[in-house]
Ligand binder design. Structure first.
Ligand code: BES
Ligand code: ZN
Ligand code: ZN
Length: 486
């Protein structure tokens, strides 16, 4: 990858993202001149509309092909990411190994964002879903970016670092549950820590028993595989603030005794997308050496059906000490998160606590696949995450934690029950359940990513991983938690 201001470095395939603004006509004029294309025809064929793609061969002394991508006039870097990703995905078989981007028709203040968008667009558009195909082939592209400005090479490298971790996150989520067991997830985190510079400890089943993480153990009862409890700690140089992250790591969710229908059950290999997101975030923070401290905790197990499985009506003595009546064994995510949140807040004192979980079908019924549900007890945190959601394009939408919902979780026999028993407000009551276990932390957010972490897109015929959460939290860290490194 190279960022250069030398026009002669452009290869024969040149992708030219263009904004639909007042300068478009002038830009098309000079573009026409540079490539030997007719301005009037260009203007008829290309208007810069978002999603528009115009391809043309040219010969300006040497032959080449130009691909113009319309970015619209609003949210142009997000549109650039989408357009490049889709174009690379659709053309990845026939594209030459070397591709160029010409950003000379953009204002210099927009360059970093556009570079971030297009570097990520190329890498994620080139993502190969065929993890288990016998003829798996992964092409790699060489990028040349024509742009003039300071520190752009660095920006491009950083974007590559982010995208490469997003690919690793997607691989975790798309992996079959037999390949990605709780132990393998732990091994991944240990390996990532060694490679990129953070500490990982994985508690074994014996240690989990000693720590009294009994809700995790209850969900694990029916599984042939032991649970794991992953604790990662990254210490940034000069950091003053600590972010606590918790991610749901259910490697497969059958529902347990309250078994799910079989039709869509295969999707439940993705029930560890929260875990993958938080491991991805700590990995990128370490790679980029961000000046922030991060503790990431992942409780991991399968939720399996077996004679030993936890049963509806069973009582769990949770890590926090509160007793839980299990009404529905398919509400297992909140059980393992309860222990992880309680462990996090009793052993560490993070300034901010954020959990990610594919927690409820109800959040999909509420927000569809476009936005994750944001539940927080801190209004400033809500604003900060909303801001980051707008810049990153990974949308969150605020949901309530009003005390009216408390009664839905009252149990006659235990301190709390894991399901109201009513098919209403499911995402909210799940969040209210988690709130019981945060030890009164005043700056907590729960992000329900059931609809955003794994979904349909033009990039495949079936639902697949999106690495949702990595961009969102990186933006949040950079704006709110990391010290300025100059
Ligand atoms: N893992 C599921 C939530 C889910 C559903 C994620 C669809 C992605 C797509 C979770 O463990 C679950 O089963 N939740 C139940 C809770 C209910 C039994 C209270 C749900 O949402 O139906
Ligand atoms: Zn479930
Ligand atoms: Zn689940």
């Amino acid at each position: 990858m190279e960022v250069t201001s030398n026009k002669n470095a452009l290869t024969s395939t040149v992708i030219i993202p263009l904004v639909k603004n007042d300068e478009l006509a002038n830009n098309l004029k000079s573009l026409g001149k540079n490539l030997g294309l007719d301005f009037d025809m260009l203007q008829l064929d290309f208007s810069g509309e978002k999603g528009e793609v115009f391809k043309s061969h040219f010969n300006n002394g040497r032959p080449g092909r130009a691909v113009m991508l319309g970015l619209g006039d609003d949210n142009v870097s997000k549109n650039c990411f989408k357009a490049v990703k889709l174009f690379v995905f659709q053309n990845r078989e026939k594209l030459e190994k070397s591709i160029s981007f010409d950003l000379s028709y953009h204002r210099s203040k927009d360059l970093k964002k556009l570079i971030h968008a297009l570097v990520r667009g190329v890498i994620l558009g080139n993502y190969n879903l065929g993890l288990y195909k016998t003829n798996r082939e992964q092409r790699l592209f060489d990028l040349t970016i024509l742009a003039d400005g300071k520190n752009l090479e660095r920006a491009a490298k950083n974007s590559q670092i982010v995208a490469e971790t997003q690919v690793r996150v997607m691989n975790l989520v798309n992996a079959s549950s037999s390949n990605l067991t709780p132990a393998r997830l732990g091994a991944w985190a240990i390996d990532s820590g060694k490679q990129f510079g953070f500490k990982t400890s994985v508690l074994s089943k014996d240690q989990i028993v000693k720590e009294k993480l009994n809700a995790l153990l209850a969900v694990n009862q029916g599984s042939a595989l032991p649970p794991s409890f992953i604790i990662c700690e990254y210490k940034g140089k000069g950091a003053r603030r600590t972010l606590g992250l918790v991610g749901k790591g259910v490697t497969f969710d059958t529902g347990g005794i309250s078994i799910k229908g079989s039709k869509d059950m295969h999707h439940m290999k993705s029930d560890m997308a929260g875990a993958a997101a938080v491991l991805g975030i700590i990995e990128v923070a370490a790679k980029l050496k961000l000046s922030v401290n991060i503790i990431a905790i992942v409780p991991s197990t399968e939720n399996a059906v077996d004679a030993n499985s936890v049963k509806p009506g069973d009582i769990i003595h949770s890590h926090l000490g509160k007793t839980i009546e299990v009404i529905d064994t398919d509400a297992e995510g909140r059980l393992i998160l309860a222990d992880a949140l309680s462990y996090m807040t009793s052993k560490f004192k993070p300034d901010v606590l954020i959990d990610f979980a594919t927690l409820t079908g109800s959040i999909i019924a509420t927000l569809g696949y476009h936005a994750a549900g944001l539940f927080t007890n801190n209004i400033s945190l809500e604003g900060q995450l909303m801001d980051s959601s707008l810049t990153s394009g990974e949308k969150v939408w605020p949901m309530p934690l009003w005390s009216h919902y408390d009664e839905d979780l009252e149990s006659d026999v235990a301190d709390v029950k894991n399901y109201s028993g009513k098919p209403i407000a499911g995402a909210i009551t799940a969040a209210k359940f988690l709130e019981v276990f945060i030890n009164g932390h005043q700056n907590w957010a729960h992000i329900d990513i059931a609809g955003t972490a794994y979904k349909e897109s033009p990039m495949g015929t079936q639902e697949h991983a999106t690495a949702y959460g990595v961009e969102l939290i990186l933006d949040y860290i950079e704006r709110n938690l990391a010290e300025d490194q100059g």
